[in-house]
Design a protein around this ligand. Structure first.
Ligand SMILES: *[C@@H]1O[C@H](CO)[C@@H](O)[C@H](O)[C@H]1NC(C)=O
Ligand SMILES: *[C@@H]1O[C@H](CO)[C@@H](O)[C@H](O)[C@H]1NC(C)=O
Ligand SMILES: *[C@@H]1O[C@H](CO)[C@@H](O)[C@H](O)[C@H]1NC(C)=O
Ligand SMILES: *[C@@H]1O[C@H](CO)[C@@H](O)[C@H](O)[C@H]1NC(C)=O
Ligand SMILES: *[C@@H]1O[C@H](CO)[C@@H](O)[C@H](O)[C@H]1NC(C)=O
Length: 433
């Protein structure tokens, strides 16, 4: 049996960029990262600054248009067949981004600080299609949580323009650690269950406030200086990059300037549960409770889904069994029950992560905290050698959550075609194999 204390659900990275390899059943996958860097002086562009109202920012971006957390992105409509982006100096060196036209497949390229990258041109597959998505849309997402980009300018061809795309009418927020951030899935954030849930629901705005190694409790875990009970209230994450760019003055997230989420999915505690981080049950439940009270304070109408924790599996004789003990199963369930008790709902408490104050709302609340039982969704081979869901594991978690949300809240599934998970087309080409 593998000792849990040796497992690190983390990934804190002081190290600079290393190139990784995607493995499929142990075999190396060929990747196709496009070379997109250009010399902008050779082009005739119409350029828009990062603060152009036509550009919609998805996930958390700071006042300097620097991206944070997992799978942050931008989206806009455009005319013509040209889209280029100039990345500001606060971009990391060599950040893998995914980008696409409409609902077509994601393409990937490595971008860098101060460089201009031509992402759509007449040679880009699909760039000459005129519908059915109108206006034509461009979407970009950063794949890795620890690296970020800064948008300096967006360009289209001279005589063409950007078009503002209105936000979808529903909105979901994910709060988590490496399990939600997509650690060890093929395209990281863009292969995570959190992204898959948001994108897979369709017609849904989503934000993945998740970072590898982070605890719920406000303490250092695997080198993350703060826990989510603090950091969720801030724009930037707990990366080394954040300490360089924001130092001791991170920007509080301006909840009042962004629309409220309708649903908040919380999957956090595996790092608290790891004995290396020495978080007591009381400290963990207190932090998780405050995160939920924080959500309720910022977004009084949001429903919260708390996921039970899962650990890995180990081989036991001729089968596999879950690692035991499972993480705080009873305590999390009891906390959810408490939030749904009359005791709590008659006189709810809210928490402000910046001022650290708790207060009473003075308003009776309807039940808003739901329990999502993850037991039985993943099996031993849905967890990779790095103790995180594989792409298949992530897809299973996302799919079960989608159905849970459809059945609990009546949300229709609107994504009926566009690519969600890139390079997951595995099949056998012989009918009688
Ligand atoms: C991106 O570029 C950096 C710097 O050239 C390189 O180290 C890294 O391996 C590249 N990443 C990918 C995924 O190609
Ligand atoms: C963008 O920033 C520039 C420079 O600070 C400012 O002049 C302009 O009004 C801003 N535009 C918008 C749409 O906020
Ligand atoms: C990056 O910094 C250099 C040197 O300070 C400056 O000349 C350049 O304009 C900056 N580029 C961008 C895209 O901000
Ligand atoms: C773990 O926490 C307990 C209680 O706060 C403390 O007494 C103990 O020294 C801590 N252990 C480590 C290794 O930090
Ligand atoms: C979670 O699901 C497992 C498997 O179906 C079940 O044994 C367990 O009782 C469930 N937990 C709760 C709190 O409903």
């Amino acid at each position: 049996m593998v000792s849990l204390s040796s497992l690190a659900i983390f990934g804190f990275s002081l190290v600079s960029q290393v190139s990784a390899t995607i493995l499929q059943n142990g075999q190396v996958r060929d990747t196709n990262f496009l070379g997109t860097r250009i010399d902008p002086s050779a082009y005739s562009f119409k350029s828009y600054p990062a603060n152009a109202t036509e550009i919609s920012y998805k996930g958390r971006w700071d006042s300097k248009y620097v991206s944070w957390w997992s799978a942050p992105g931008i989206k806009f409509g455009y005319t013509g067949q040209t889209v280029a982006i100039t990345f500001g100096n606060l971009t990391d060196h060599g950040v893998l981004i995914g980008y696409r036209i409409g609902g077509l497949d994601w393409m990937f390229t490595n971008v860098t600080a101060g460089a201009t990258h031509l992402l759509v041109s007449p040679e880009t597959p699909g760039s000459d299609e005129t519908g059915p998505i109108n206006p034509w849309t461009f979407e970009m997402r950063v794949t890795n949580w620890a690296y970020g980009v800064q948008i300096s300018a967006v360009h289209v061809a001279a005589g063409e323009k950007l078009i503002k795309i209105p936000d979808f009418g529903r909105r979901i927020e994910m709060i988590g650690d490496s399990l939600a951030a997509g650690m060890y899935t093929t395209y990281e954030g863009l292969s995570s269950w959190a992204y898959g849930l948001g994108a897979g629901l369709g017609n849904t705005e989503f934000s993945v406030t998740a970072y590898p190694g982070i605890c719920a409790a406000d303490q250092d875990c695997w080198g993350n200086p703060r826990g989510q009970v603090h950091q969720w209230f801030y724009t930037s994450d707990t990366s080394y990059r954040a300490s360089v760019i924001h130092g001791d003055n991170p920007e509080p997230w301006e909840f009042e300037k962004h629309p409220a989420a309708d649903l908040v999915v919380i999957n956090i505690g595996t790092n608290d549960n790891n004995e290396a981080n020495n978080v007591s049950t009381e400290a963990y439940i207190d932090a998780l409770t405050k995160i939920i009270q924080g959500v309720h304070g910022k977004w009084p109408k949001a429903h919260v889904i708390v996921m039970s924790l899962w650990l890995g599996f180990y081989q036991s004789g001729n089968t596999y069994l879950p690692e035991a003990p499972e993480g705080w199963v009873k305590e999390i369930y009891d906390m959810v029950q408490w939030f749904n008790s009359d005791d709590y709902l008659q006189d709810p408490i809210i928490y402000d992560g910046v001022t650290k104050e708790t207060s009473k709302t003075g308003k009776k609340a309807e039940p808003f905290v739901h329990y999502f039982n993850t037991t039985g969704i993943m099996q031993h081979n849905d967890i990779g050698p790095g103790w995180h869901p594989t792409d298949v594991g992530a897809i299973k978690v996302a799919s079960h959550l989608q159905q849970f949300i459809r059945m609990t809240f009546g949300w229709d599934l609107y994504a009926t075609g566009p690519e969600i998970y890139h390079e997951t087309l595995y099949w056998n080409d012989e009918p009688n194999y």
